[in-house]
Design a protein around this ligand. Sequence first.
Ligand code: NDP
Length: 333
Amino acid sequence: PKVLLTGGSGFIAAHIVDILLSHGFDLVVTVRSEDKGKRILQAHPDASKDKLSFVIVKDVAQEGAFDEAVKSDPPFDYVLHTASPFHFNVQDPVKDFLDPAIKGTTGILKAIKASAPSVKRVVITSSFAAIVNAKKHPNVYSEQNWNPVTWEEAMDHSNVYRASKTFAEKAAWDFVEKEKPNFDIATINPPLVFGPIVHYLNSLEAINTSNQRLRNIIQGQFKAQIPPTGTFTWVDVRDVALAHVRAIEVEKAGGQRFFVTAGYFSNKDLVDIIRENRPQLESKLPSNDSPNDLPADIYKIDNSRSKEVLGIKYRPLKETISDTVDSLLKVGA
Ligand code: NDP
């Protein structure tokens, strides 16, 4: 079977590429430049042109951005849509976040409906951001929950990323309901994703958003004080990537959201794990008696659907953090 994967240059997408190839899929990735495409091919010297190639989609927010990319010979069976902005450098909430997230998602669904009738399923990388209600946490988080954020609240720069994920996922489910295309969809909803870097990195400055705090810890930036954790739930990138691939391989995954999370963490837990497992970094770390801000009465999290339907077995925090730190040291942290 043949897959189109958007945002191929990304942190999570690079792991999806690895798993798709190892599961025998043929694959075309979309990237924003020739350079980024070539880097992906270089990372997989054994994959032939039929197995792995790239097409350029410069900006997913553009009208018709995917009209050509979805056409292929032989045609695509599945599409995985990961491309969406994830950073906190907000200038214009609509242009920088809401447009690429929402129009990128509806645009690819429209293009598939119009020009790729062979596609059976589209898996969309959504987020825990589309689930969480930061103002009033429920007792338990599961796929039942939706972030109640409004368009007006989305104009607040601190809300816009989460809002972009919420509106984009809603737009996808609405599209399927209204347009009744030949394909079904599934969404993967991870919280903060940690894990080793397998994509090309220009520099440590360019590290993906969710691994930034690990880089900061091992560079000594938490030494004086550990900043607030923020979101207390996490997952390993390799488990997230596998969930995307399983969501196309498992028939009954269609029509479902998947809250993929391994459990809780706090910034203090990250520091403790690094202290224990990579003692050579001790001089960069804050003192052992720094406070831990993980609340004792934190909401519950229900990841049972991802385990039962997709068969995900979640990696433990210690393994993920040690592997991530090793990978950061390798790229020069
Ligand atoms: P990255 O920033 O590494 O990946 C984002 C990808 O989207 C990159 O390939 C980027 O291309 C591409 N992209 C962004 N904006 C555009 C645009 N306007 N046009 C075309 N391509 C674009 O982050 P992640 O791998 O972490 O994120 C991948 C997906 O996972 C996103 O949808 C994100 O919202 C979601 N996610 C991530 C979580 C995390 O903690 N990492 C948690 C929950 C969800 P380029 O490299 O050229 O900039």
